[in-house]
Design a protein around this ligand. Structure first.
Ligand SMILES: [Zn+2]
Length: 313
């Protein structure tokens, strides 16, 4: 029986942007503790190796990668922008977060496992090619998409991003690409300000960006409807060979940074829609990666609901 594998790395707990920062190591601590529950005993835990420079280079120019790694302090904190901060552990954490994607892609592409969830931080979807921002250093999901295309000759990758915030970095990476379809539900008007429904891609990428803004207070029913009426037909039309999920949980009720009302049942429902699409279109091949989610007591519960559906496959 094929299993769901959980990728993480202890270094992801050492990236610490300072007391009171919402993107805290405690987020990951709570998720990992919850996933150790007896009912998840058959989850296959694996350590994520650091990504190689060459792998990261598919989504970021060498000068940017070198600059970020050189800026990592030996002690104290260094700010890359107002809310994206490097601590001594941040370099290895960022490398392992990206490496979780590439190694998970390997395992799924080779058919070793059914699918994977990468419980890593820093998150990635705000990171643009040469800009670390919004708590994100390297764009993990963009690196994963480029990696699966290059290493396995996969032509079409679908990225599904249900973080409360728009993944400006991921959109930027593939805006004129055409081989990667980017679907995002988010609160348009919240950080970072991008993600209107009118942003649909350009050139070869025309029509390959699908932004579905949801209103404040968006419910399970509203996000499920967006997935059923927008994502499902778009995915069937695009026919992906591989699916990546930017799994942000800051759309949950009472999140510290969001004003949506998504419950664990809602995250389970949209996961199920993506899993069904993957079975119909690409032999179930899914790699999911943690993005946001900041209310500690609700985050783990939402992640469990997501992983529970992944591992039912
Ligand atoms: Zn977010």
């Amino acid at each position: 029986m094929m299993v769901t594998r959980l990728y993480t790395h202890p270094a992801c707990l050492t990236h610490d942007m300072g007391a009171g920062h919402p993107e805290s190591p405690a987020r990951l601590t709570s998720i990992l503790a919850a996933l150790k529950a007896p009912e998840f005993a058959e989850l296959d835990w694996a350590e994520a190796p650091p990504a190689t420079f060459e792998q990261i280079m598919r989504a970021h120019p060498p000068a940017f990668i070198e600059g970020v790694l050189a800026a990592v302090p030996a002690a104290g904190l260094v700010a890359l922008d107002a809310d994206t901060i490097l601590s001594p552990g941040s370099g290895v954490a960022a490398l392992c977060a990206a490496g979780a994607l590439t190694t998970a892609v390997d395992a799924v592409a080779r058919g070793e496992i059914a699918n994977a969830f990468c419980a890593v931080r820093p998150p990635g979807h705000h990171a643009e090619a040469s800009i670390a921002m919004g708590f994100c250093i390297f764009n993990n999901v963009a690196i994963g998409a480029r990696y699966v295309q290059r290493k396995y000759g996969v032509r079409r990758v679908l990225i599904v991003d249900w973080d409360y915030h728009h993944g400006n970095g991921t959109q930027e990476a593939f805006y004129q690409d055409g081989s990667v379809f980017y679907f995002s539900t988010h609160h348009y008007g919240a950080y970072p300000g991008t993600g209107s429904a009118e942003e649909t891609g350009a050139g070869k990428g025309a029509g390959k960006i699908l932004n579905v803004p949801l209103p404040p207070g968006a419910s399970d029913a509203q996000i499920v409807e967006a997935f059923q009426t927008k994502l499902v037909p778009a995915a069937r039309n695009f026919k992906p060979d591989f699916i990546l999920i930017s799994a942000g949980f800051d759309g949950m009720q009472n999140d510290l940074l969001g004003v949506f009302n998504i419950t664990p049942a809602g995250f389970a429902a949209i996961t199920r829609i993506v899993v069904e699409l993957s079975k119909e279109l690409c032999r179930g091949r899914i790699v999911s990666v943690l993005e946001g989610g900041y209310r500690l007591d609700g985050l783990a519960e939402s992640v469990l609901a997501h992983v529970q559906v992944l591992r039912e496959e």
